[in-house]
Write a protein that binds this ligand. Structure first.
Ligand SMILES: [Zn+2]
Length: 433
């Protein structure tokens, strides 16, 4: 805490233009000490919240500063709020519009950090308040009738006399990759996603990732970005892996998803501009909506639906020894299941807001996702840990998709150019609206 009042005083003394006091454009360099302080505070909040810092590959000196200062949660919150006050409510007009985005990014990311500190301090927010404060987003509300109509469409795709969940699980059971072939199928999917990405985006030389298989985690897959254009991607093998997951995970975690997003940000902002805050990825922050949304939309931009079905049917199904006649119907089922994914937001909202207990939440998940009790329990574990983070996958995807489509229309090159622009700048969810 000792350092902050001095820092604020220095910043305030040097901040012409913020409140209209000076007609000249503000000095972009004034953001550098705020950015360094943001990184230190995020690392310090990470001392109290092991999930807060998803990735950090910036200077060791800032890590040492965080370790030495070691603020309490309320002190981190107060320090973040002081920096927000320094940044002000209005984004000044910088000569370089990217610096304006940087100013806004720091302001909004600090707001999320202060909120997360409030939550760690015991403050209870509703699901929607939390989504707004942490992810800069307004999750839509869907009534049960919306999901029931999707179930009716699924019912017509999977005819039979058994209950729908039994028919769905039997159908999905025919699509699991044999355990001995998972690695081969994944590596084939990754190579295809990478080739399709490289046809449209120039990636930094030397970019690469390692692939590991794990068990016992609450997530299905994770990208741990290490810096230096390197990721570690882990895939959970607790449950059999259906064939869809190959393209999903290869695109989402790798190309053009998380790995590419992190590598492009590192090149454009950390290395070329020296913006240290980008080397910090705070998980419970608006950046996650952009990260998860772009990773999920990355599947669709790399593999438009018809091309994906053809690739799965002609390459992955034979590789996994699966019946290629199922590929088309599986794609139709998948499209409905993606819309049913919003049911997870509704369950999470009602469960976290205290309207449903764990048993009732699991029952609704089983109804709308047609999953086993074990899989529903695993999803509930995810919600317990990550809470309103669930909106980042589906709402994030839909916001990114709509934004890219507005920028690029039907032109494939223009869509990729818009996507590249999104992945190379400190954008926030509010920029997508
Ligand atoms: Zn992700």
């Amino acid at each position: 805490m000792r350092r902050l009042p001095i820092l604020c005083a220095l910043l305030l003394a040097g901040c012409g233009g913020e409140r209209g006091a000076s007609p000249s454009a503000p000095d972009p360099a004034r953001l550098d000490p705020i950015a360094r302080r943001y990184v230190v505070l995020a690392l310090e909040l990470g001392h109290h919240d092991p999930n807060f810092v998803d990735a950090y590959y910036g200077p060791d000196s800032l890590k040492a500063a965080a370790d030495a200062e070691s603020l309490s949660v309320p002190q981190v919150r107060a320090a973040a709020e002081s920096l927000i006050a320094v940044l002000g409510d209005r984004i000044p007009t910088y000569a370089d519009s990217l610096v304006g985005l940087r100013h806004q990014y720091l302001r909004v990311q600090l707001g999320a950090m202060a909120t997360r500190a409030r939550m760690l301090g015991g403050e209870r927010l509703s699901f929607d308040q939390e989504a707004r404060a942490l992810y800069d987003a307004e999750p839509p509300h869907y009534p049960p009738a919306h999901f029931d109509s999707l179930l009716a469409r699924l019912d017509s795709l999977l005819p039979g006399r058994e209950p729908l969940d039994a028919r769905y699980q039997r159908f999905r059971g025919r699509l699991n990759i044999p355990a001995s072939l998972v690695d081969t199928v994944f590596k084939t999917a990754i190579a295809a996603c990478r080739a399709r990405t490289l046809a449209h985006l120039a990636l930094p030389p030397g970019e690469r990732f390692d692939l590991e298989y794990v068990k016992g985690t609450s997530w299905n897959a994770y990208n741990w970005y290490k810096g230096d254009y390197h990721s570690l991607i882990q895939v959970n093998l607790d449950f059999p892996i259906p064939i869809d997951r190959a393209v999903d995970l290869a695109c989402h975690e790798g190309y053009p998803g998380h790995h590419v997003y992190n590598a492009l940000l590192e090149r454009a902002l950390v290395r070329e501009r020296g913006w240290v805050e980008i080397s910090m990825y705070a998980l419970f922050s608006p950046q996650s909506l952009i990260a998860e949304g772009s990773a999920n939309f990355g599947i669709d931009i790399a593999f438009p639906p018809a091309e994906r079905v053809a690739f799965e049917r002609d390459s992955l199904f034979p590789l996994a020894g699966l019946d290629t006649a199922l590929a088309g119907r599986n794609a139709a089922v998948r499209q409905i299941m993606e819309r049913l994914n919003y049911a997870r937001n509704e369950v999470a909202r009602r469960y976290l807001d205290g309207e449903l207990d764990a048993a009732a939440a699991q029952a609704i998940m089983q109804r709308y996702w047609l999953v086993t009790p074990e899989a529903a329990a695993k999803t509930l574990r995810f919600i317990d840990t990550y809470r309103s983070y669930v909106i980042n996958y589906n709402l994030g995807r839909d916001l990114v998709a709509a934004w890219v489509e507005r920028q690029g229309g039907d032109d494939e090159q223009a869509r990729w150019a818009a996507f590249r622009a999104l992945l190379s700048a400190p954008h926030l969810p509010r920029d997508l609206r």
